[in-house]
Design a protein around this ligand. Structure first.
Ligand code: ZN
Ligand code: FE
Length: 289
């Protein structure tokens, strides 16, 4: 069965020429245009990340969460971008604390999860599963990922191969379950696991080094994990971010996404339990670590 790529993925008409035919030269205008999303990630507060996304053509700029208004306004200024949206993943103060000030300073529209609308300061638009937020050439899809909080959402932009997952999924880790339960959180993670494997994952916090240390205790023979843990130490020694990560890397190294793996089950003494129970046991162990 031939596999057709969506138009934006087709970089060059030569790829589509049938085998054996001479490469065609086309005037530049006739190449399909790929919309480009600019992404600016920077650390703020003690271990949060602020992320700005910018579509140059439409001039739209969104902040994924609002951990620190001052730091975000300074970065907007440095980039010459005007904030048009805040996209909140959940109600926690380290994700919404800057909402009001950003709104006052820029008049931006604040978008957040419907199930937590009463706890999101300044919210203008409440979204839920499957909603699509138009953003210039892009569509931002809402994925409900309850568990860390009951209304937590992730934002996914298929065309740009990126997802902003807040405190649901971390590099080699997963969010603490404050309001939901383990079965709910596992379902949420499974939704993220079903995204295209080359999706870049932006997370709410730099927890990677501690996560790697814990991951090695439940999946010690995993060579990909061992290598990655070394890489992470090198990056953190230079105070560099370990994020964004990519879904394929997480599927290989993140024990929270690997409850089906025999070696992990053996260490936990749970050879036959359903995946979500193994996931719950890994979460419990991490809480105590
Ligand atoms: Zn949180
Ligand atoms: Fe957080």
């Amino acid at each position: 069965m031939p596999q057709f790529k969506p138009l934006w993925q087709v970089r060059c008409h030569h790829e589509m020429a049938p085998l054996g035919s001479p490469p065609r030269t086309l005037p530049h205008e006739s190449y399909p245009r790929m919309p480009k999303l600019e992404i600016e990630q920077f650390p703020c507060l003690s271990d949060n990340y602020a992320v700005l996304i910018h579509d140059a053509e439409s001039g739209l700029t969104a902040s994924i969460d609002a951990p620190d208004a001052k730091a975000i306004l300074e970065r907007l200024d440095a980039k010459g971008w005007r904030l048009t949206h805040v996209l909140n993943t959940h109600h926690h103060g380290d994700h919404t604390g800057g909402n009001q000030r950003l709104k006052e300073a820029t008049g931006c529209t604040i978008i957040g999860p419907l199930a937590e609308a009463d706890r999101i300061p300044g919210i203008d638009v409440a979204v839920s599963e499957g909603d699509e937020i138009p953003f210039g050439a892009f569509k931002i899809k809402v994925i409900e990922t309850p568990g860390h909080t009951v209304g937590h959402v992730a934002y996914w932009i298929h065309e740009a191969r990126v997802a902003f997952v807040g405190d649901t999924l971390f590099a080699m880790g997963a969010g603490r379950i404050f309001e939901g339960n383990a079965e709910m959180m596992w379902k949420s993670l499974k939704k993220l696991m079903a995204l295209p494997r080359d999706t870049e994952i932006y997370c709410g916090h730099e927890y990677t080094a501690a996560n790697a240390r814990f991951a090695l205790t439940v999946d010690p023979e995993n060579a990909a994990l061992q290598n990655r843990a070394k890489e992470v130490d090198q990056l953190r020694d230079k105070n560099k971010p370990t994020l964004p990560t990519r879904l394929d890397r997480e599927l290989e190294t993140n024990p929270f996404l690997r409850p089906h793996v025999t070696a992990i089950r053996a260490i936990l003494g749970m050879p036959y339990a359903p995946d979500w129970k193994v996931f719950a046991a890994i979460r419990e162990r991490k809480n105590k670590s």
